[in-house]
Write a protein of this length. Structure first.
Length: 201
């Protein structure tokens, strides 16, 4: 089988694992990457799966962590605190690669992780956290909400800012090839040892 320009040797499970985290890492850094805006799924308080698009802010391959930012008043935060099992789905049509990650999420609010992420955020991104009333509230008219009016009000939005960090416990990779698809799965145990297997695509 020829090497893939992104993955390299498609018959090497270790290479697929490394390349998957490289794609996630690049997805967080590159706003134009298809991996920048995955679908994130949490479980509703009644157990329903609930999905939405988020911006991937960071991926640390060694920690197997994925980070995004959200408003602590948004329903997904209560959902994650209630049941931390979450999943992400990424698809890059140019690379023809889908990656699905499952893991356990932690909400960082008013701690060092949140403070560092807030410090690195752009002014435009910070604006959202000063929205009043809270995201998801029912309003009578579509513009019945206000964004922060000045720098002090934007800074006050930090009280609503959360960084959600997920430690990936299962990663599934699917590569769509003309001559045949390829699929692999990696499951990490509590010691960080991965069980890597090929799956029928
Ligand atoms: C391209 C795009 C990027 C988004 N990024 C985020 C994000 O990083 N964090 C976030 O909380 N919501 C983000 N949203 C909005 C969410 O999809 C969702 O509508 C909102 O967070 C409410 O979700 P919830 O009610 O399930 O908590 C984004 C939406 C789009 C379309």
């Amino acid at each position: 089988m020829p090497a893939d320009p992104v993955i390299g040797d498609l018959s090497d499970l270790a290479r697929v694992q490394t390349a998957s985290f490289e794609m996630l890492h690049n997805g967080a850094k590159d706003r134009r990457s298809a991996f920048h805006t995955p679908v994130f799924v949490s479980l509703g308080l009644d157990g329903r799966p609930l999905s939405r698009v988020i911006v991937l802010r960071a991926c640390e391959p060694l920690q197997r962590s994925l980070r995004f930012h959200t408003d602590c008043r948004s329903p997904k935060v209560e959902q994650i605190r209630h049941d931390p099992r979450v999943s992400f789905t990424f698809y890059d049509p140019a690379a023809k690669v889908q990656i699905r990650c499952e893991g356990q999420a932690v909400v960082h609010h008013q701690d060092d992780v949140a403070a560092k992420a807030w410090d690195m955020s752009q002014r435009m991104s910070r604006m959202c956290y000063g929205t009043a009333p809270a995201p998801g509230q029912v309003i009578a008219q579509p513009d019945d909400f206000a964004l922060p009016a000045d720098d002090d009000a934007i800074a006050a939005g930090e009280q609503h800012f959360c960084a959600v960090v997920t430690r990936v416990t299962t990663l599934e990779w699917l590569w769509l090839g003309h001559g045949g698809h390829r699929r692999a799965r990696f499951i990490w145990d509590a010691n960080g040892q991965a069980e890597a297997v090929w799956l029928v695509p």
